[in-house]
Design a protein around this ligand. Structure first.
Ligand code: ADP
Ligand code: MG
Ligand code: ZN
Length: 488
């Protein structure tokens, strides 16, 4: 949220805590052998265990444990050697057992964090209270059937999908911080490979809790939970709306009701769904059909050894190794495959920094306009490396580079191909260049004087003038050499 001079808004401050559910990419479900896949025909990936038939028994999927531990470690959580599964009891049509197996007072992992940037530009650490394992419920289908006006159908394929629930401390202060927290969380989880974090398919879901209080107050205000908002942008919008709504309620002398609300992105507002049931209504008790989960130090260590380099570490390394700015490093590491593509070519590039610049300007800009990922670019990263090398050695000017990129994108061919085809007729003939240089020098006595008085950065001015005169065709290397000689 941008700092605002609105006296009502500055009178209050927001407190936000996020609960994120991440589906784990195991082959089978968490307590049975049913396939864990999206998009099958309804009720085809089910068995007595996930249907909750009496007498069936859950068997814990150890791949799910490994993935949850991996996610915990990546999010700086401390993994408990011993954690306990519990039954969370409630009635809902998509939950045939009448309870969800989750973890309650002894979760898998606790005390993690994600660093974000606060409104004042300073780094801020957001605590992660816990990560616990649980099973997903099924899905109610309210639409898409001839009799949907009178009936709701239930698809239980999703029942028993392994989930990691990641709960933040109520330490997020603005919708922007919430957005960044979620973006980083998703990035980190994607790097670990334990989930595809696909929000459209529901493999990452977010509930946002928000309250407001008088600035400086230490007690928490009454919170509202906004459920199942299906994009990070909508989470930010829903929070902005809620903060305003709650402010208005308090300002008009009312009280905030503890409740669950739903966000309607079309209208940009939240609606009350139900008043919040209290935790003890779930009648939690330890799951009698499962042993305590033991993840000893040796197992934790073995799992940690499989963690890849994480985004933050990668960013810092790129800054140190290639002299990139923090912002450029962030863009280059937004996904792991993008980072890998950059690094494999940066290693071969004459100037990795120049390669980064070209990727972020020439390539990224054009791809964004076409809504394409790096992986789908007509100009490959290897092709971009050639362009960077040509620019670096002065074989082409940046003006020509731009034109070649335009043509490569128009014709959907890679950079080396377009370069071969249109290899610019550069003016390397010293005679012709000298003539142009002489003209520029004669026309710019002031600049010549400055240059000779020691302002050597003026060379850029002369290069620019001759480039202009040559319509970008002067060979930059030859031009530089000649210019220096003539200006002496
Ligand atoms: P519940 O039992 O209602 O699920 P929890 O204590 O488990 O509540 O907290 C759920 C989430 O709500 C956490 O992310 C937590 O940080 C956040 N939260 C708790 N109290 C508040 C509050 N007063 N304002 C904003 N967020 C809160
Ligand atoms: Mg909760
Ligand atoms: Zn099953």
């Amino acid at each position: 949220m941008a700092p605002t001079a609105n006296p009502v808004t500055t009178k209050y401050e927001a407190v936000i805590g996020l609960e994120v559910h991440v589906q784990l990419l195991t082959r089978s479900k968490i307590f049975c052998g049913c396939p864990n896949v999206f998009g099958s025909a309804p009720n085809t990936n089910v068995c007595p265990v996930c249907l909750g038939m009496p007498g069936s028994l859950p068997v814990l999927n150890h791949q799910a444990v490994e993935f949850a531990v991996k996610a915990s470690q990546a999010l700086n959580l401390v993994v408990n050697e011993r954690s306990i599964f519990a039954r969370k009891n409630y009635f809902y049509p998509d939950l045939p057992k009448g309870y969800q197996i989750s973890q309650f007072d002894k979760p898998l992992a606790e005390h993690g964090y994600i660093d974000v940037t606060a409104a004042d530009g300073q780094p801020k650490r957001i605590g992660i209270t816990r990560l616990h394992m649980e099973e997903d419920a099924g899905k109610s289908m309210h639409e898409g059937f001839a009799d949907s006006d009178t009936k709701t159908y239930v698809d239980l394929n999703r029942t028993g999908t392994p989930l990691a629930e990641i709960v933040s401390e109520p330490e997020i202060s603005t919708p922007d911080e919430a957005f960044e927290y979620l973006t980083k969380l998703k990035e980190i989880i994607l790097y670990t490979g334990v989930s595809d974090c696909n929000m459209e398919e529901g493999s990452l879901r977010c509930d946002a809790n928000v309250s407001i209080r008088l600035r400086g107050e230490t007690k928490l205000g009454t919170k509202v939970e906004v459920k199942n908002v299906n994009s990070f942008r909508f989470v930010r919008q829903a929070l902005e709306y809620e903060i305003e709504r709650q402010t208005e309620v308090l300002e008009s002398g009312g009280q905030i009701q503890q409740e669950t609300r739903l966000y309607n992105p079309g209208e940009g507002r939240t609606y009350s769904m139900r008043s919040k049931e209290r935790a003890h209504d779930y009648r939690y008790f330890p799951e009698p059909d499962l042993l305590p989960l033991i993840v000893d130090e040796a197992r934790q260590k073995a799992i940690r050894a499989t963690l890849p380099e994480l985004p933050e570490a990668k960013r810092q390394r790129l800054v140190a190794e290639y002299g990139l700015s923090a912002g450029d490093a962030a863009t280059l590491t937004a996904t792991q495959s993008r980072a890998d593509l950059f690094e494999s070519e940066a290693k071969k590039a004459k100037s990795p920094k120049r390669l980064a610049n070209i990727l972020l300007s020439e390539l990224q800009g054009r791809l964004k306009a076409l809504n394409l990922e790096w992986e789908d670019s007509p100009v490959t990263i290897a092709g971009a490396r050639l362009s960077a090398d040509l620019l670096e050695t002065g074989a082409i000017s940046s003006k020509i580079l731009k034109e070649l990129y335009d043509h490569a994108f128009e014709q959907k061919v890679d950079f080396p191909a377009i370069y071969e085809k249109e290899k610019p007729q550069q003016i390397s003939d010293t005679g012709a260049l000298e003539k142009m240089i002489d003209e520029v020098i004669a026309a710019s006595p002031k600049q010549v004087e400055q240059y000779r008085a020691g302002k050597t950065t003026m060379i850029g001015f002369f290069v620019g003038q001759v480039m202009k005169a040559s319509q970008g065709k002067a060979n930059p290397a030859t031009l530089n050499e000649l210019l220096k000689k003539k200006l002496k």
